[in-house]
Design a protein around this ligand. Structure first.
Ligand code: ARG
Length: 457
């Protein structure tokens, strides 16, 4: 271990399995760019404070340019003792510019601040991309809602036919939930994008480094103000996964609805071939794998969030190696969420709607509330109107006819206040258009919702 970066006080090498167990380079190499940017900012700050000469800085920058080039072109050669991205980059820097100058880079710096910096920089950029993908999903939802505004379908509670609604209203019910996630995500990004750089191992930097200047160079939006917290904190990863879990929960409910609507018994929508797969045995099958994976991957995302919280819970304060375990779940979580949003957008923009099937699924009983409301307009208290309408439903059920084929005479036998104009209630389009208060399913109210969503994008 003497030739490890930290090897001075060691006399024995690491156990071979311990080497594997300890190394994070196989996954934290994705931070190569952030690690280099952080190192250059750090060296620049130490140059401005007189700790490094301009020549030394130029050498360090030259070295890192070459290293970046190597990572970029996939020619960076990792060595046995490269524990992580930080040691790998620093080792290589020494090889390129010589140990005399290369060995000065790490003055006053700790890998504890480095990993926190790298992860935050990486996450910030990824979350900004995810923000864009999420806006696209909402945009596609809006476009679909506007385009398909004419289609009516059954709205469900308890998965029982409840009241007719516009298909667009269903789309926007989910888009509105996604919009809440968009607002939350923007909050998360704000907190992720704070700089821990210049806080040392835990106690702070003793060479009076200009933390503000480094933060500015790296595009951070402010500093972490307590050095012990700066190296201990994994809120940025935890909050990201809490956010991602919340989003996946919502997209899985969206997916579940579409799985139901796409099965033959419903047939409201048909998935594009691009997002379905077949059966190796049953030639007729077309399965909604994309939607099932969206639903399934939600479980994986929750597990990663819970896993990290369990890892951090009860850790003694500041850095412990346990924190390295925050990297892999975070990387996978971010990819899972990012892919899921894009898949969902693809599914929604390519699916075919079958409005005839939607209308065919409407049942006259779904207008029972309209009959109660009809009586209300005649001055009957709603509770009584509800009861009378219930008897109308029961009569249809007991005589085994659709509710809208009952005669006026039959209705009047139930309650004398029914008039010939009751017929007007038995119209799905009318029922939908009557729901015109803000947030309802009338055409006007639905289009108003798209306008509200557009303001967020
Ligand atoms: N690879 C480490 C991690 O991901 C970097 C920090 C190492 N620090 C330390 N004191 N060993 O957490």
């Amino acid at each position: 271990a003497e030739n490890m970066l930290w090897g001075g006080r060691f006399t024995q090498g690491l156990d071979p399995l311990m080497v594997q167990y300890n190394t994070s380079l196989p996954y934290d190499r994705v931070f190569w760019k952030q690690d280099i940017a952080g190192s250059i900012a750090f060296a620049r700050a130490n140059t401005n404070s007189g700790l490094l000469t301009p020549h030394e800085f130029a050498e360090i920058e030259r070295g890192f340019k070459q290293i970046a080039q190597e990572w970029q072109s996939n020619t960076f050669v990792a060595k046995e003792n490269d524990e992580d991205i930080h040691t790998a980059n620093e080792r290589r820097l020494g090889e390129i510019i010589g140990k005399e100058i290369g060995g000065k880079l790490h003055t006053g710096r700790s890998r504890n601040e480095q990993i926190a910096t790298d992860m935050r920089l990486w996450l910030r950029d990824e979350l900004r991309l995810i923000e864009k993908h999420l806006c696209d999903l909402i945009k596609v939802s809006i476009a679909r809602a506007e385009n398909d505004i004419a289609y009516l379908m059954p709205g469900y509670t308890h998965l029982q036919k409840a009241q007719p609604v516009r298909w667009s209203h269903w789309i926007l019910s989910h888009a509105t939930a996604f919009a809440s996630e968009l607002e939350r995500l923007r909050e998360v990004i704000r907190r992720v994008n704070k700089s821990p750089l210049g806080t040392g191992a835990l106690a702070g930097n003793c060479f009076n480094i200009d933390r503000e200047a480094m933060a500015k160079e790296l595009g951070f939006d402010g500093l972490l103000y307590n050095s012990m917290n700066a190296v201990a904190d994994r809120d940025f990863a935890m909050e990201t996964m809490q956010w991602g879990s919340s989003f996946m929960l919502k997209i899985s409910r969206w997916a579940e609805d579409l799985i139901i609507y796409s099965c033959l018994e419903f047939g409201f929508v048909r998935l594009s071939d691009a997002y379905s797969t077949g059966s190796s045995l049953m030639p007729q099958k077309k399965n909604a794998d994309s939607l099932e994976l969206l639903r399934g991957k939600a479980g994986r995302a929750f597990g990663q969030m819970a896993g990290l919280m369990c890892t951090i819970k009860g850790l003694p304060t500041t850095y412990n190696k346990d924190l390295q375990e925050s990297v892999e779940p975070m990387l996978d979580h971010v990819k899972t969420v990012s892919d899921s949003i894009q898949i969902a957008t693809g599914v929604l923009s390519t699916l075919t709607v079958n409005p005839e099937k939607m209308v065919a699924a409407l049942a006259p009983e779904m207008l029972a509330t309209e009959i109660a409301d009809y009586l209300v307009r005649k001055g009957v208290p709603f509770r009584e109107g509800h009861h009378i309408s219930g008897r109308v439903v029961a009569l249809a059920e007991n005589t085994n006819v659709p509710m809208d084929t009952l005669t006026l005479q039959q209705l009047q036998e139930i309650d004398a206040r029914f008039g010939a104009d009751v017929q007007t209630c038995l119209d799905y389009e009318r029922a939908v258009e009557l729901k015109d208060a803000i947030g309802g399913t009338s055409k006007r109210a639905v289009l108003e919702q798209t306008a509200v969503l557009k303001k967020l994008l």
